[in-house]
Ligand binder design. Structure first.
Ligand code: HEC
Ligand code: HEC
Ligand code: HEC
Ligand code: HEC
Ligand code: HEC
Length: 389
């Protein structure tokens, strides 16, 4: 009797393992905000010298000065504490948001994140089950001929996902959850099939995929810029990577081209409100035209209380597309322009908020819509005043 049910249990175990192995998906490093990242005391890594549990990113600082200093100034560190996030979380106070913006908790039942002031921290990305996650074993570690008496500084866990976009995917690629479940956590949260952020799939459709990794452009390993993670808040970089060209195409029209070089996905990408805004200013200093490059969404009727419908649906992509063969992406716009005018002034901005929030925000414009650059473009004289454009 006992032996029989034992055999059944064994068979079930074998079957479940078979099913599990067939899926053979590695445990996800990040769950797209479905679950927080729970760290029990035993999960902290030991300090290489004192053996004490390293419970904060500041514990890493003395030995990893460059990574620490740059991360400290990065958006990852302020992911939960920055004003833009805080204001938007006040409008949508969902626990789901916190699971990406500051994922650590000391227990699954804690509602408050652990070390929220560290946002996406060293611990979030590098510490699991008492070990330090690495792309590959560092050279000074045990395992090769370079073993020293002291041995490796840490106990390491090698995971090759740290070497490519799969590592970023658990936070930088996700869909709209349904409105009625976005206030819940864990398996009670339901994702729809409508993209909210799609940076990783945009990257996979660009010419950079397979040549340059996300980290190659944002983490710069083993350089003085290591762990800076520049993005939409790196105005100096945007100034350098974006170019506006204006030329007269006919007596009554100009063409404006916006180029991005070295961007490994659409621009804007990521957050749904991100917008590149070009203002074209006429010789009388009046706004002649305003162009918005962004992802366009439309609300879905009846979604507000639904457990199945996404809140919004992406209807149009008017971004700079993921670059192809020449690694440059471009969009062109034509605008009517007086034949007599010999110059055009353009202003290029990046917006972090949508239209509605721009009206209701308590934040000043330089924080919600900084100017990237203002330029004056000279136009060639209109040829043949009688020519009709
Ligand atoms: C007492 C100094 C010390 C402290 C504190 C320390 N580390 Fe290290 N760490 C090292 C040294 C030295 C290495 C070089 C590799 C080796 O000797 O094993 C290293 C290697 C690493 C690597 C692998 C580097 C590579 O080239 O792949 C990572 C990742 C890392 N540490 C993360 C951390 C994190 C995260 C913390 C804080 C939780 C931390 N370290 C705290 C000394 C330290
Ligand atoms: C645990 C979740 C998480 C992981 C993993 C993660 N990120 Fe982020 N990342 C975020 C969040 C949240 C923000 C937004 C911070 C804020 O509020 O400004 C962000 C911001 C950024 C920014 C700055 C964007 C800007 O507009 O300034 C860049 C660049 C970036 N991440 C790149 C990466 C790359 C590359 C990887 C993979 C190596 C990665 N991230 C892994 C959550 C994550
Ligand atoms: C958003 C996730 C993320 C955060 C936050 C993060 N790292 Fe890393 N780190 C990585 C990834 C991914 C790599 C491997 C990059 C590669 O080689 O392609 C890496 C590489 C490293 C390396 C080896 C490369 C180098 O430039 O030195 C060290 C050391 C390191 N991290 C330490 C830290 C420390 C210390 C912190 C906190 C101050 C930290 N990391 C925060 C994701 C992160
Ligand atoms: C070939 C280089 C390159 C690659 C590869 C790349 N990026 Fe970027 N990314 C950029 C540049 C350039 C910007 C704009 C900021 C700048 O000029 O530095 C940017 C901006 C961003 C932003 C801010 C977006 C916004 O709209 O404001 C995020 C988030 C981001 N990248 C994440 C990622 C992630 C995640 C990956 C991998 C899936 C990745 N990037 C791959 C170059 C790259
Ligand atoms: C699956 C992970 C994830 C979840 C869940 C998530 N975010 Fe984010 N969020 C990100 C990433 C990644 C970025 C960076 C993208 C970029 O810079 O364009 C970001 C960027 C932002 C930004 C822009 C911040 C800035 O510095 O400009 C705001 C605001 C924001 N999120 C608010 C929220 C709110 C509110 C929620 C919940 C309703 C939420 N997020 C849920 C991953 C997430």
């Amino acid at each position: 009797m006992y032996a029989g049910s034992f055999k059944v249990a064994l068979a079930l175990l074998a079957l479940s393992q078979l099913l599990f192995c067939q899926k053979s998906e590695p445990t996800p490093l990040f769950t797209k905000g479905v679950f927080p990242l729970v760290m029990r005391p035993a999960d902290f890594a030991a300090h290489p010298k004192t053996g004490a549990a390293m419970q904060s990113s500041t514990d890493c600082a003395p030995c990893h000065e460059t990574a620490y200093r740059n991360w400290q100034a990065s958006r990852h560190r302020v992911a939960l504490t920055n004003e833009l996030y805080r204001e938007s979380h006040e409008r949508e106070p969902s626990p789901w948001c916190v699971n990406c913006h500051a994922p650590l908790r000391l227990s699954g039942s804690d509602s408050k994140p652990y070390r929220e002031e560290e946002g996406v921290s060293c611990l979030v990305c590098h510490v699991r089950e008492g070990k330090i996650l690495v792309k590959k074993l560092p050279q000074t570690s045990a395992g090769g001929s370079r073993v020293t008496h002291a041995g490796p500084a840490h106990s390491y866990s090698v995971d090759n996902r740290l070497g490519d976009e799969r590592f970023c995917e658990g936070c930088h690629e996700f869909n709209f959850p349904t409105a009625a479940t976005a206030m819940r956590e864990g398996h009670a949260l339901h994702y729809t099939d409508q993209p909210m952020q799609s940076t990783v799939s945009e990257y996979r459709s660009s010419a950079f995929y397979g040549n340059v990794t996300c980290s190659g452009c944002h983490l710069f390993p083993y350089t003085p810029d290591s762990h800076t993670f520049p993005g939409g808040h790196a105005i100096d970089r945007l100034k350098k990577d974006l170019r506006v060209e204006v030329a007269r195409v006919s007596p009554g029209r100009i063409a404006l081209k916006l180029f991005a070089s070295g961007v490994g996905h659409s621009l804007p990408t990521g957050d749904l409100f991100r917008t590149l805004r070009v203002r074209i200013i006429d010789p009388a200093s009046k706004l002649a035209e305003e162009i918005e490059l962004r992802h366009y969404f439309e609300p879905i009727a009846g979604a507000a209380n639904s457990t199945t419908l996404p809140l919004k649906r992406r209807v149009r992509e008017e971004t700079l597309p993921p670059p192809q063969a020449d690694y440059i992406s471009m969009r062109e716009f034509t605008v009517t322009w007086p034949a007599s005018a010999d110059r055009v002034v353009t202003e290029l901005y990046i917006d972090y908020l949508n239209h509605m929030s721009t009206i209701t925000t308590r934040l000043p414009p330089h924080m919600t819509r900084p100017l990237i650059k203002r330029e004056t473009h000279r136009l060639a004289p209109a040829r043949g005043a009688d020519a009709k454009g």
